[in-house]
Design a protein around this ligand. Structure first.
Ligand code: HEM
Length: 185
């Protein structure tokens, strides 16, 4: 199953990275091209989610659970993969349910923040997967600077917790600001 997992993970990685670029483009522009790209966003996020679920399901079959869960590296890969899939499912639901309202006022900056955060989760999931097969990237050096040693850390370190806290408060603040702005119109 390892070969199937290695092939399948390319789909969500490529589709969610493309979705990130599409969201950032739409955030930066109200032009015709940006609006055309936005019309493809829900299908793009839907295919991304379906392929992410497929990669996740096959990932569960690569190694026995006792093996993948016996090291911090393996457990963190599974944990981050779960966050990534759940996170992009929520982003799809947000764009689908809210429609084009997500690009109004301050809400577009919330979308930018969500897309960047989703890419970061995806990048860390892929980085940890790479370490499982002996392929290393500079992302793990950045994680180490944040107090996360990929081979030994199995908790969310203080600096990472602080960063998550700051981003959460900022996104909630942006959401409240956007709601007030909409109510004021
Ligand atoms: C969307 C979710 C996931 C993504 C994006 C992802 C990504 C990756 C990547 C990029 C690799 C390196 C592949 C290679 O270069 O050969 C990898 C390897 C691996 N992943 Fe995942 N993964 C995901 C979910 C999971 C899950 C849920 C599990 C297990 C419960 C898992 C278990 C593994 C294992 C065991 C390897 C090493 C495979 C080998 O020995 O060749 N992955 N993953």
């Amino acid at each position: 199953m390892a070969a199937y997992h290695a092939v399948l993970v390319h789909f969500p990685i490529a589709l969610w990275m493309t979705a990130t670029l599409a969201i950032l483009w739409r955030v930066a522009s109200d032009g015709a091209l940006a609006k055309a790209i936005d019309r493809a966003l829900v299908p793009l996020l839907t295919i991304g989610l379906l392929s992410g679920i497929a990669a996740f399901a096959v990932g569960l079959m690569v190694w026995p659970w006792e093996t993948i869960s016996s090291t911090p590296l393996g457990r963190n890969h599974v944990l981050l993969a779960s966050w990534t899939v759940a996170y992009w499912a929520l982003l799809l639901a947000t764009r689908w349910i809210q429609g084009e309202a997500v690009w109004e006022g301050v809400m577009r900056w919330v979308m930018a923040g969500l897309a960047i955060l989703g890419s970061a989760l995806l990048g860390i999931t892929g980085t940890l997967g790479g370490h499982l097969v002996g392929i290393y990237t500079e992302v793990s050096a950045a994680l180490r600077l944040a107090g996360w040693e990929v081979y030994t850390t199995f908790y969310v370190p203080m600096y990472t917790l602080a960063a998550i806290g700051v981003v959460t408060v900022a996104l909630i603040g942006l959401g409240l600001w956007g709601r007030n702005e909409r109510n004021a119109v």
